[in-house]
Design a protein around this ligand. Structure first.
Ligand code: HSE
Length: 301
């Protein structure tokens, strides 16, 4: 085979209390076509078309090269065509999609020589965020745990009646900056606060207990500190609550905001967007679902 297509979903990490551990795959996708040719070229359409690198430093190419190297092969050329629906730098797992797109595509070109677990571990070594990567690879609601260089992942079934309005501000944030504002230590009280909520949140999402989501998505680990970077966030959370959201959280390291709703999804999305715009920042609201399938690979020729 010479040409493959990889479709990778967006993901929202943390879900409030599950810092660096919980992930949810969302129905917004980046699509990567990889073809073995002589020389390197990258075409980008859609989100990031004007900013993403087109040479060998492109993350899709780097991901592909890492797989070839792991298999003892040299990548001498690759044509990449990526069509992005996920805006980069918004806390929606765009970089995870690019690493997985490159790695899964290259692995298919190499006849699927590496198991998915090895791809995930390689992606975690390169990209660093198992919460986004596990959700984007396997889909659905995931718990990711680093264990002595290995990544343990549990994918759990989600209650089916939930919808996910996502607020995407027109500004980019760097994860490294959003991590630099966090304290290096957590008090025992705050640790227990988050641990209890992360556990209840997983139960509430899988057992269908929407009544528990609001208190289960509270967090003392990262969001209170990130308010300094996103001063409009408290107003957006309040707008989500007043419009009837069941729960809400900063998506990953931000700046996007994920809400969880039943029927009120459009209303909650519009309310969050209104609050953002009243703070002087433009953006858009999208109502997404959970992407159950995760990443998909198709052989084109
Ligand atoms: N969990 C990360 C953070 C986001 O909140 O910094 C990327 O996985």
């Amino acid at each position: 085979m010479k040409r493959v297509r990889v479709t990778v979903p967006a993901s929202s990490a943390n879900l409030g209390p599950g810092f660096d551990v919980l992930g949810l795959a969302l129905t917004l996708e980046n699509v990567f076509e990889l073809e073995e040719v002589e020389g390197f070229s990258v075409d980008v359409a859609g989100e990031g078309a004007l900013t993403l690198p087109r040479g060998k430093e492109n993350v899709v190419v780097r991901g592909a090269a890492a797989v070839y190297a792991a298999l003892g092969r040299q990548l001498t050329g690759l044509r990449v065509r990526q069509t992005n629906a996920i805006p980069p730098g918004r806390g929606l797992g765009s970089s995870a999609t690019a690493w997985l797109g490159g790695m899964l595509g290259a692995n298919a070109l190499c006849k699927g020589a590496l198991p998915l677990e090895a791809i995930l571990e390689m992606a975690v070594r390169e990209e660093g965020h198992p919460d986004n990567l596990a959700a984007a690879l396997y889909g659905g609601l995931t718990i990711a745990c680093l264990d002595d260089g290995h990544v343990r992942v549990l994918k759990l079934p989600l209650a089916s009646n939930l919808r996910f309005p996502v607020l995407i501000p027109d500004l980019e944030a760097k994860t490294v900056t959003a991590r630099a504002v966090l304290p290096s230590h957590l008090s025992r009280e705050d640790g227990v606060f988050n641990l209890a909520r992360a556990c209840i949140l997983v139960g509430a999402l899988t057992l269908g207990r929407p009544d528990l989501l609001r208190s289960a998505m509270a967090d003392r680990w990262h969001q209170p500190y990130r308010l300094a970077l996103f001063p409009w966030l408290a107003a957006v959370f309040q707008a989500a609550q007043e419009a009837g959201a069941l729960g809400w959280a900063l998506s990953g390291a931000g700046p996007s905001v994920l809400a969880i709703t039943g029927e009120d999804a459009e209303k909650v999305g519009a309310a969050m967007l209104g609050a953002l715009e009243r703070s002087g920042i433009t953006g858009r609201a999208r109502v997404l679902g959970a992407a159950e399938l995760g990443s998909r690979v198709e052989i084109l020729s």
